[in-house]
Design a protein around this ligand. Structure first.
Ligand code: SAM
Ligand code: SF4
Length: 379
């Protein structure tokens, strides 16, 4: 319980398949979550404000090349309506998310943020892709509190393949995350797990990078194939070493969430909608029991939801905000957790920034095919 897990240990855990050993990892992640961020589950109302996007990400259904997709952009009044709904449900934060949409101009977004801050007590999180420094600065000035920008994978070769440059400018999401922090935002990032061509080693490096960046929020979800994308159509065939491809399963996502909790004990970590999509029965709850402390109920007006189809069969696509809210509250209480109140920002305790937690080290424990001799020294 003192030194951080090394990248090798993280890698070893990602490959771990013994249910009893994994049970120890879940328990450890849950303890660390309780110690550092408590039993409250913070609710962030998600408003998908636009599905226009200039980018051609090979994984995402909103990519510009998906011609048949009907596009929408919410009006200011619609966004304000969703924000008021967040207040009525007792949420502390509203998350405005969208594609990289030039129609969401600097001034327009700044105006929306100002109105939300003036008319509600909500914290405002933005997730609008890679925007110019001037935009990010103006939105911070207008009152935006947080910004989410996943780096998706730390494997630069794979990222360049699945996230082509826009106007010939290569993406550097890590540099943008550093700028966000310098501007005073709480910075959130994250990854998809199970991308074709993604190796276990690179996911271990991703988790190490979360630690290096000292992120305030970290979202981890499974990659879900979309048939209207190059990845979904098998048009991009990366070739990782055999046996090295990380699967897009819920099991690997739980491992990544639990290990992330151990290396970033104070971060806000959502149990993601993508996880709830691949296990609609109890994926959300299992994420919360294995390190997560945030959920993001959908407050997008119902007619727009089916159009924000980043991947197929997205969870909660037909429920109203009311139904989503009720369902999530029941799920949270069913696992003995409390609903968070207030903005639920990252609670940095004095002198706690460097705290990381060591998981049991599978690399140093003897294994047979069916049993493991488990050292309890590090538990
Ligand atoms: N446009 C912004 C951006 O890219 O950061 C925000 C919206 S984007 C739809 C939000 C996130 O959706 C991405 O960061 C990515 O991780 C996730 N996403 C996109 N396509 C996905 C897929 N096929 N499976 C799982 N997650 C996906
Ligand atoms: Fe656009 Fe974001 Fe989808 Fe990429 S992931 S196509 S930037 S909405």
């Amino acid at each position: 319980m003192s030194t951080p897990p090394s990248q090798m240990e993280i890698l070893s855990w990602l490959r771990e398949e013994d249910p009893q050993r994994l049970e120890q990892l879940w328990r450890r992640a849950d303890e660390v979550r309780r110690t550092h961020v408590g039993d409250e589950v913070h609710l962030r109302g998600l408003v998908e404000i636009s599905n226009y996007c200039a980018r051609q990400c090979a994984y995402c259904g909103l990519r510009a090349g998906n011609g048949p997709l009907e596009r929408y952009r919410m009006t200011v009044e619609e966004i304000l309506g969703s924000a008021r709904q967040a207040v009525a449900f007792g949420y502390g934060t509203v998350v405005l998310q969208g594609g990289e949409d030039a129609g969401l101009t600097r001034d327009w977004i700044a105006g929306v943020v100002r109105r939300i801050k003036a008319e509600t007590p909500l914290a405002v999180t933005l997730s609008l892709g890679e925007r110019a420094d001037e935009d990010l600065a103006a939105w911070r000035e207008a009152g935006a509190d947080r910004y989410l920008l996943r780096f998706e994978t730390s494997d630069q070769r794979l990222f360049a393949l699945i996230h082509p440059p826009l106007h010939d400018v290569p993406s550097d999401r890590v540099a943008i995350l550093r700028r966000l922090k310098a501007l005073g935002y709480e910075a959130g990032s994250g990854i998809m797990v199970g991308l074709p061509g993604q190796s276990y080693e690179s996911v271990a490096r991703d988790i190490d990078l979360f630690r290096d960046l000292d992120l305030d929020m970290i979202g981890i979800g499974p990659f879900i194939s979309h048939p209207a994308t190059p990845l979904g159509q098998g048009k991009i065939p990366p070739t990782p070493a055999q046996g090295d491809q990380v699967p897009a399963t819920e099991g690997i996502v739980y491992k990544a969430v639990a290990l992330t909790r151990l290396v970033c004990p104070e971060a806000n970590i959502p149990s993601t909608t993508a996880l709830a999509t691949i296990n609609q029965r109890n994926g959300r709850e299992l994420g919360l029991r294995r390190g997560a402390n945030v959920v993001m109920p959908n407050l997008t007006p119902v007619p727009y939801r089916r159009l924000y189809e980043i991947y197929p069969a997205k969870a909660c696509i037909t429920e109203t905000g009311d139904a989503c809210n009720g369902c999530l509250q029941v799920r949270i209480r069913s696992i003995g957790r409390r609903l968070g109140r207030g903005p639920g920002g990252r609670g940095k305790r004095p002198g706690s920034e460097a705290k990381t937690v060591r998981p049991p080290n599978p690399a140093t424990q003897t294994t047979t095919a069916h049993t493991r001799v488990v050292s309890t020294a590090s538990l």
